[in-house]
Write a protein that binds this ligand. Structure first.
Ligand code: ASP
Length: 473
């Protein structure tokens, strides 16, 4: 017999079906045993009547929560007074004929019936494969897939091409520390894991693709916070022959379409555009929340754009990455590859009025949080060079850092710009989750340990030797 998904049982009243899934709850009423069975599509109440199937009743006595079973039974309409309006299958009940245990289960070390938020994070993530079974996590991860799919479809319709870029690469400047990977073939040399595909996506523009996107993992060795690990996923895109407004309009279109597709509620069909100066004066921050109290309660998403940021800021002495990135005391606020607004290009080229140079950067904010950011890029070698000069780089240091970009730009680079959206953040906003970890299948703990598997971990002396690495205690 073919498997019937639990959600489809409602249209099979009077028929015999085969279902497969987990025991969600077992209630032993002495003679009758009630079982709630769960599969990916839903939950159904089943009953074992000893007179009908003595064999099944015997098996049912053995069953415990989270056992995996296969059940043959008859779908019965529930009498009016027994209908459960809270359950999509609340109009039916499965009368069990046969039960086969496919897998037994130890008692779960974490409660799976709650939303899980009261459970200690280390424990939840150690048993993430169980934690993922809870209804809330099932919803979050499925919505994430739906949202990614909606974004992808929307981009493909607009002629974007999905292209992957390498994980093992050279350090990119994104304002955080790099994760380094030692090379076995060239001991003493290291790859860096990408903080973002910034440079590759620009090289794809030089490569003539004109419209690129991917959902890259970005790795940044930043201080951990309760709601943030070292890894996050972006929707990264880049476009050629566009100005700032055109990129913003494209991004707004795809975000709106995807949010609507997954049933999210938008405050504005046209996202307000606020300048950095206005935002600082009005809200005291470049991230702000435009929702009313009522909108906060009903899960509305209030997106807005922020533009006209300063290009440079003084180095923060406490930030290690600032120390690496800048040699002059000035560093970029967002992205060294950005173009200044046209009116300020001369200042950048001449290295004057540095504190007043405005970048073409645009940030997308939503409900008081950063939801994305991007810019029009410096596509001419001399402009990118001027940015590095402001940051105090010598010609030799510029060559060493971004020489490959300067060279690429010398072979006919189209004007281009793009953005990266924080995918985890978008899903968290859609689901009204406080932490982006609630939207990732296997996030990291606040102490930097991976879910389920215990990394970082020590490696064998042989592996270290191969890499030419000595651990200094
Ligand atoms: N690469 C930038 C980031 O990861 C985004 C962009 O400018 O496209 O923040």
């Amino acid at each position: 017999m073919q498997r019937t998904l639990i959600k489809d049982t409602v249209s099979k009243i009077g028929e015999e079906v085969l279902i497969q899934g987990w025991i969600d709850i077992r209630r032993d009423h002495g003679k009758l045993i009630f079982l709630d069975i769960r599969d990916r599509s839903g939950l159904i109440q089943a009953v074992v009547i000893p007179q009908v199937s003595p064999e099944a009743h015997k098996v049912a006595q053995e069953l415990r929560t989270e056992f995996v079973v296969e059940i043959n039974g008859k779908v019965n309409q529930r009498p009016e007074r027994n209908i459960n309006p809270d359950l999509p299958t609340g109009t039916v009940e499965l009368e069990i004929k046969e039960i086969r245990i496919l897998s037994r289960a130890e008692t779960s070390p974490i409660d799976l019936t709650s939303d899980g938020l009261e459970t200690e994070e280390e424990l939840r993530l150690k048993y993430r494969y169980l934690d993922l079974r809870r209804e809330r996590m099932q919803k979050n991860i499925r919505l994430r897939s739906d949202y990614m799919n909606a974004l992808r479809q929307s981009l493909l319709k607009k002629d974007f091409v999905e292209i992957e870029t390498p994980l093992l690469s050279k350090a990119t400047m994104e304002g955080a520390r790099d994760f380094l990977v030692p090379s076995r073939f060239q001991p003493g040399k290291f790859y860096a894991l990408p903080q973002s595909p910034q440079q590759y996506k620009q090289l794809l523009m030089v490569g003539g693709f004109e419209r690129y996107f991917q959902f890259p993992h970005c790795l940044r060795d930043e201080d951990l916070r309760a709601d943030r690990g070292f890894e996050h996923t972006q929707l990264d895109l880049e476009m050629s022959f566009v100005n700032r407004e055109e990129v913003m309009e494209t991004v707004e279109d795809i975000v709106k379409e995807a949010v609507n597709t997954v049933g999210g509620k938008l405050k504005d069909q046209k996202f307000p555009v606020v300048t950095y100066q206005e935002a600082m004066e009005k809200y005291g921050a470049d991230k702000f929340d435009l929702r009313t109290d009522e909108e906060k309660k009903n899960g509305t998403l209030a997106f807005a754009w922020v533009i006209n940021f300063p290009f440079f800021r003084p180095v923060d002495k406490k930030e290690a990455s600032d120390q690496y990135d800048s040699k002059s005391g000035w560093t970029f606020t967002h992205n060294p590859f950005s173009m200044p607004i046209p009116e300020h290009l001369d200042w950048l080229m001449e290295g004057k009025n540095i504190d007043q140079i405005t970048t073409t950067q645009y940030d997308l904010v939503c409900n008081g949080l950063e939801a994305g950011g991007g810019s029009i890029r410096a596509h001419k070698p001399e402009i990118l060079k001027a940015t590095y000069k402001v940051m105090g780089y010598s010609d030799e240091q510029i060559e060493q850092s971004v020489g490959h970009m300067l060279e690429a730009f010398s072979y006919g680079a189209p004007p281009h710009g793009g953005i990266a959206l924080g995918l985890d953040r978008h899903v968290a906003l859609l689901q009204n989750e406080q932490s982006i970890k609630e939207t990732m299948a296997f996030p990291m703990t606040s102490t930097g340990r991976t879910s389920v598997m215990d990394a970082p971990a020590e490696v064998s002396p042989e592996q270290l030797k191969e890499l030419g690495i000595k651990i200094v205690e």
